[in-house]
Design a protein around this ligand. Structure first.
Ligand code: GLN
Ligand code: ZN
Length: 746
């Protein structure tokens, strides 16, 4: 029996990786220095993996930005707009990832249902297919030189092509044969270099494919196997079960890697019905690779036992359910957790230890080998029992219906047509960030910190009034992050000190933990919001993060259904809605940017998901008085298949991204006879560029062709915290002018 992992975090124990990249981007270090630092990080990482006792250490999963981008570059799939840029190869790579003033960045989107973002390859007609650099081979050789034999990891051809854009359906077959010949070249080189196993990641196979689609994928994979008959390939999937497993079981892969944790128990059943061909090794994911809790190794042991009857022991590989990329590196630096809680946790390095323990006990070590591990797990479970209170599950309904509420709200606010507002956060300047760090370290008093937040609010309330915005925000100056902020306040949640996970590029997030029943100990946002409201006669929107988003961007208990936790969060937020109303706040925005991301990969699970997701939002918001206007915000563009759900959320106003889809999304709302308020995100806040007035008036007018003016609001497409103050002011002034210009024509 062997142990392996599909991948491991790139960022380093202290985010050395992020620092190196950002130093290079700021031109503080040279390309050679960056290469040197990256090499050191790679080698440290390899040594760590090897020392943990892993039999198969991965290479090729390391990247300077993203592995999909690496694969595109490996195959010379560089969009033309970057190919002509001057500078070294690295600069071209980073230009594609991050954009330049002449060439907008390649699109970035979420990797399946995770918060990791990959770069979307662009299949252009001008592509000259070629293997320009075999990155996995370079990493393989580097490891070999350091005395470590590794397992190269590649994104598989099916997943790579499925996630790329610009390919028309009728060209899929020819594109695939080109890709397969490139893959074959890379794989042969790896094989000839002596790679003992080569992992092909094919998570796209676990989405809701029809039998025909799965059959096509299997055929393509067979073609690849025919091209490289001797190469020891492992087909690896994760995040769900492989619905049409029977189509793949007989393919002559050397190994199959399957997720036995996120599969609803399907995989074992499928394996029983259709065992893989006799010579195949089975790499089974029996340790949760995307959550931070200690594994129940007795349960894992059972699972391994069940598989053992299907596959000889020497052909079994134990591994996590997926790459460890999605969890923080090490618990070592977490000093603040109470011991019983920490005992219940496992980050990447602790999961490596679990794999070894599991292997020992599955290969003859006495049962007592697991005693210590299981004892600390029991202590954790006893201290923090999985709470299952679902009292909010009954359908929460806001009364009266929207049309009546809209009248009452209009009578209260007397807003003009196309009211203007923003999404919540205003620029987080360096002085504010520094002050927060100092405050946390105890170097700045609570009073001084608060005074600084108030000063920012004063300045920006004035500025928002001066610009002419109709509905103001307090600016979220007191918040580090929209989820972590609530994670710090809510009971049952905790934040880590160093639990960073890569989100996109060098950007890392620190998801909070939901370790117990969630509740609000007191009000969380009232004081700042009420202060801001006291400074103006215009309405200030209260600003909350919705239950689904808090859940999705945290590490939640794996032994509590997501819906239960979402309802607990909803109840806590409901209290906050009431507290804000009591303090005189009459508009409250409850952000749900992660609602779309939580969409299950399997289509048949979506209705259930939307049911509890929508209903928990309603549970949070339905207590609001009829005159209180509830807003929500989402910033992903693909809502076409969920307008009904959005409508069922029953928010009075929803703000959505409009700028990058050029208003195209609004059509979907029309087709579904959506009758509530829609905030048009008329400019892209991800860019420092100041949008001209005309561009935004055009956008608004396009939308007015589709739906009546009284439904629309005008706003940026997301929060402004990452922009600087002068850009923000200029952009908002233009936006206000655009709204006023169009208003005059109505
Ligand atoms: N209110 C949040 C902000 O403005 C919303 C952020 C988001 O949608 N990601 O920052
Ligand atoms: Zn947003």
């Amino acid at each position: 029996m062997k142990t392996s992992v599909q991948g491991y975090p790139r960022i380093g124990e202290n985010r050395e990786w992020k620092r190196a990249l950002e130093a290079y981007w700021k031109e503080e270090i040279t390309a050679a220095e960056l290469q040197e630092q990256m090499k050191a990080i790679r080698l440290e990482r390899l040594t760590r993996l090897e020392a943990s006792g892993l039999d198969l250490v991965p290479t090729g999963d390391f990247s300077y930005y993203d592995h999909m981008l690496d694969t595109a570059f490996m195959f010379n799939l560089v969009p033309e707009r970057f190919a002509s840029l001057s500078g070294n190869e690295l600069d071209q790579y980073f230009a594609a990832a991050r954009g330049t003033s002449e060439a907008p960045a390649m699109e970035m989107t979420k990797w399946f249902d995770t918060n990791y973002h990959y770069i979307v390859p662009e299949l252009e007609d001008s592509w000259v297919p070629d293997v320009t650099r075999n990155y996995p081979l370079e990493q393989y050789r580097e490891a070999e030189a350091a005395g470590i034999k590794t397992k190269p990891v590649l994104v598989g051809p099916y997943t790579f092509m499925t996630l790329a854009k610009g390919l028309e359906a009728e060209h899929r077959d020819s594109c695939m044969s080109v890709l397969l010949s490139l893959y074959a070249k890379v794989i042969v080189e790896l094989y000839e270099a002596g790679a003992p196993l080569i992992q092909l990641d094919e998570p796209a196979l676990v989405t809701s494919l029809t039998r025909e689609e799965a059959g096509q994928a299997a055929k393509w994979l067979q073609q690849l196997l025919d091209l490289v008959p001797k190469a020891p390939l492992q087909l690896q999937t994760y995040f769900e079960s492989l619905t049409h497993w029977d189509l793949f079981a007989a393919l002559p892969f050397h190994a199959f890697g399957l997720d036995l944790m996120y599969d609803d128990g399907d995989t074992l059943q499928q394996l029983r019905q259709h065992p893989p061909h006799q010579n195949a090794a089975l790499a089974i994911g029996v340790i949760d690779g995307r959550n931070v809790w200690k594994s129940d190794l007795r349960e894992a042991q059972q699972l391994v036992h069940s598989v053992q009857s299907l596959c000889p022991e020497n052909q079994l590989i134990l591994q996590p359910s997926c790459s460890l990329l999605h969890v923080p590196v090490s618990l070592k630096q977490e000093e603040r957790f109470v011991e019983d809680l920490k005992q219940g946790m496992a980050f990447a390095d602790e999961k490596l230890q679990e794999l070894q323990l599991l292997k020992q006990v599955c290969t003859g070590a006495p049962e007592s080998t697991l005693d210590d591990h299981q004892a600390s797990l029991s202590r954790f479970r006893k201290r923090y029992p999985a709470a299952g209170d679902t009292s909010s599950e009954k359908l929460a309904m806001r009364e009266p219906v929207f049309s009546r509420r809209a009248e009452l709200q209009q009578a209260r606010w007397q807003l003009p047509l196309l009211p203007t507002t923003t999404i919540g956060s205003l620029p987080q300047t360096t002085d504010m960030r520094k002050a927060r760090t100092a405050y946390r370290r105890g170097e700045l008093s609570a009073k001084r910190y608060r005074a600084m937040v108030e000063e920012k609010m004063q300045r920006w309330i004035k500025l928002q009034e001066d610009i002419g915005l109709d509905v103001l925000v307090h600016g979220e100056f007191e918040r580090n992050d929209m989820v972590e902020f609530f994670g710090e306040k809510l009971d049952g949640m905790a934040v880590t000190q160093n639990g960073w996970v890569q989100s996109y590029g060098s950007r890392c997030v620190k998801p909070p933990l939901i370790y117990g029943a969630v509740s609000a100990p007191g009000s969380m946002t009232v004081s700042e919001t009420a202060y801001a409201q006291s400074l103006t006669d215009r309405p200030v929107k209260g600003m909350l993060t919705g239950p689904v988003t808090i859940l999705k961007w945290s590490f939640e208990r794996s032994d509590v259904p997501k819906s239960v936790t979402a309802y607990q969060l909803a109840e806590a937020l409901q209290q906050e809605v009431e507290a804000l109303e009591e303090a005189g706040i009459g508009m409250i925005q409850i952000d749900e940017p992660a609602l779309r991301e939580g969409f299950p990969l399997k289509r048949e699970k979506r209705a259930h998901y939307l049911d509890w997701a929508v209903n928990s939002f309603r549970a949070a918001s339905a207590v609001a008085q009829p005159e209180t206007q509830i807003h929500t915000h989402m910033c992903y563009s693909d809502f076409h298949d969920m307008i009904d759900a959005i409508s069922a959320m029953d928010a009075d106003v929803i703000s959505i991204e409009t700028s990058r889809s050029h208003g195209g999304l609004i059509q979907a709302f029309e087709d579904n006879t959506y009758d509530k308020g829609i905030g048009l995100g008329v400019y892209d806040i991800h860019s420092p560029r100041i949008p001209p007035v005309q561009e935004m008036t055009d956008m608004i007018e396009r939308c007015l062709n589709v739906l009546p003016a009284f439904q629309f609001w005008v706003n940026p497409d997301c929060g402004l915290k990452t922009r600087n103050e002068s850009e923000t002011e200029a952009a908002l002034r233009n936006m206000q002018q655009a709204a006023e210009t169009v208003r005059e024509t109505l």
